[in-house]
Design a protein around this ligand. Structure first.
Ligand code: NAI
Ligand code: MG
Length: 355
C-alpha cells in the first residue's frame, strides 16, 4: 500500500512527524510505502502554487493520503486555493467521516448522561463549498451558489446508512441515522437532499431514521450528544456540527477524520495549522495518531481477506492511545505539560511493549 504524506504548515508538520513515528513503530512486516509531498501556504509562498502538480499526481497514484494541516489566509489571495478542499474534490473523496467518542475524565466540562459515540458523515464535494462564488459587477454584492445533486446526496446518505448498519452489527449502537437539513428555508436544495435521504432510508428498515433542522441539531448536539449515532448532512452543516461534536471527545487535539472515496481515502486531523502554538513542540499529536488507526482500519476493510495484519496494527495504535489518555502524559490542551515528543514516545512505548 502506497501512502502519500502531506505535512502542510504549522503544527501539521509536527503532528504528522509524530504520527509517522507511530506508524513506523507498529508497521513491522506490513507492505507499506510512504512518500512525502508539499502543499500549503509555505509552498505557495515558495513556488506560487499551494498544491503543486507533483503533489496532486503523487496523491492520485497513491492508495491513501495522510494530511496534516495547512494555513489558509482568510482574505482572497490571487492564485491561492485551499489544497485540502481541492484534494477532496480532485480525488472525489465524497464522504467526510468525523467520529466522536467521549473519554472518562477528558473533554467536556459537563459529563454527558451517557457515553457519547457518534459519527458525523458530511458530504464533501458539493453544497456551499462547491467553489461557485462571485462578486457582481457593482462590487457590492457577493453570491455563492449551493450545489446539491441527487447522485451526491444518494451516495453520502447510503454511506451513512451502511456505517449505521456496520455499527449495529458490531453491537456498538442500536442503529440510528439523523438526517440534518434546513429544508424549511432551503426548500429546493435541502428539499432534494431530504427527499433522497428519506428514499434511501426505506432500504434500511432496521435502522431508526430521524430528521432535524440544523439549528435544532446544533443545540441538541451541545446539550445531549449521547442521543446521536450517525448524523448525515450537507457539506457546510457537517463542517460546523462536527466541530461542536468534537468538544465531547476532548476537543480538537483528539479529533481525527477520514475522507473516503470509492478507490482512495485521505486521513487528517480536524484541526488546522494552529499558528498560535506552532514551533513550540506542544501540539497534541493524538488526533494525527488517531488518523493512523483510521488509515489501518480502512486498509483492513479494503484488503478483505488477509486484512488482519492491518487490523492488528490498528488495534495496537488504538490501545496505546487509549492507555495514554487514561494515564498520561498529557499535552497542554489536556491540562498537562508534556511535549508532542513525550506524548508520542509514550504511545510508541505502549504500542510496542510486547512486540
Ligand atoms: P486551528 O485548528 O488551527 O486552531 C484552533 C485552536 O485550537 C488554536 O488555539 C490551536 O492552538 C488549538 N489547537 C488546534 N489543534 C491543536 C492540537 N493538535 N494541539 C493543541 N492545540 C490545538 O484553527 P484556526 O486557528 O481557526 O486556524 C488556523 C489556521 O489553520 C488557519 O490558517 C486556517 O485556515 C487553517 N485551518 C486548516 C485546516 C486544515 O488544513 N484542514 C482546518 C482548520 C483550519
Ligand atoms: Mg472545520
Amino acid at each position: 500500500m502506497q501512502v502519500c504524506i502531506i505535512p502542510g504548515d504549522g503544527i501539521g508538520r509536527e503532528v504528522i512527524d509524530a504520527a509517522l513515528q507511530v506508524l513506523q513503530a507498529v508497521a513491522g512486516e506490513l507492505p507499506l510505502e510512504t512518500a512525502t509531498a508539499q502543499a500549503g501556504w509555505g509552498t505557495f509562498q515558495a513556488t506560487g502554487t499551494a498544491l503543486p502538480d507533483a503533489t496532486l499526481n503523487l496523491a492520485r497514484s497513491s492508495d491513501a493520503v495522510l494530511f496534516g494541516a495547512v494555513a489558509s489566509p482568510s482574505h482572497a489571495v490571487p492564485g491561492y486555493r485551499s489544497p485540502i478542499v481541492a484534494l477532496r474534490r480532485e480525488l472525489n473523496l465524497y464522504a467526510n467521516i468525523r467520529p466522536t467518542r467521549s473519554i472518562d475524565g477528558i473533554g467536556s466540562t459537563r459529563s454527558p448522561a451517557a457515553p457519547v459515540d457518534l459519527v458525523v458523515v458530511r458530504e464533501n464535494t458539493e453544497g456551499l463549498y462547491a467553489g461557485r462564488e462571485r462578486l457582481e459587477d457593482d462590487g457590492d454584492t457577493a453570491i455563492a451558489e449551493r450545489v446539491v445533486t441527487r447522485r451526491g446526496s444518494e451516495r453520502i446518505v447510503r454511506h451513512a446508512f451502511t456505517l449505521a448498519d456496520q455499527r449495529r452489527a458490531a453491537g456498538t449502537t442500536g442503529g440510528k441515522v439523523t438526517v440534518v437539513h434546513k429544508a424549511n428555508v432551503l426548500r429546493v436544495t435541502d428539499g432534494l437532499f431530504r427527499e433522497v435521504a428519506l428514499a434511501v432510508a426505506q432500504d434500511y428498515p432496521h435502522i431508526a431514521l430521524e430528521e432535524l433542522l440544523v439549528d435544532t441539531a446544533a443545540m441538541r448536539l451541545a446539550q445531549s450528544p449521547e442521543r446521536f449515532d450517525i448524523i448525515v448532512t450537507t457539506n457546510m452543516f457537517g463542517d460546523i456540527l462536527s466541530d461542536v461534536a468534537c468538544i465531547h471527545g476532548g476537543g480538537l487535539g483528539l479529533a481525527s477524520s477520514a475522507n473516503i472515496g470509492d478507490r482512495q481515502a485521505l486521513f487528517e486531523p480536524v484541526h488546522g495549522a494552529a499558528p498560535d502554538i506552532a514551533g513550540q513542540g506542544v501540539a497534541n499529536p493524538l488526533a494525527a495518531i488517531g488518523c493512523i488507526a483510521m488509515l489501518l482500519e480502512w486498509a483492513t476493510r479494503r484488503q478483505g481477506d488477509g486484512g488482519e495484519i492491518y487490523a492488528q496494527a490498528a488495534q495496537r495504535v488504538r490501545a496505546a492511545a487509549a492507555e495514554t489518555l487514561q494515564h498520561g502524559p498529557y499535552p497542554p490542551d489536556l491540562r498537562g505539560t508534556a511535549t508532542t515528543g513525550e506524548v508520542t514516545a509514550a504511545v510508541i512505548a505502549r504500542a510496542t511493549s510486547d512486540m
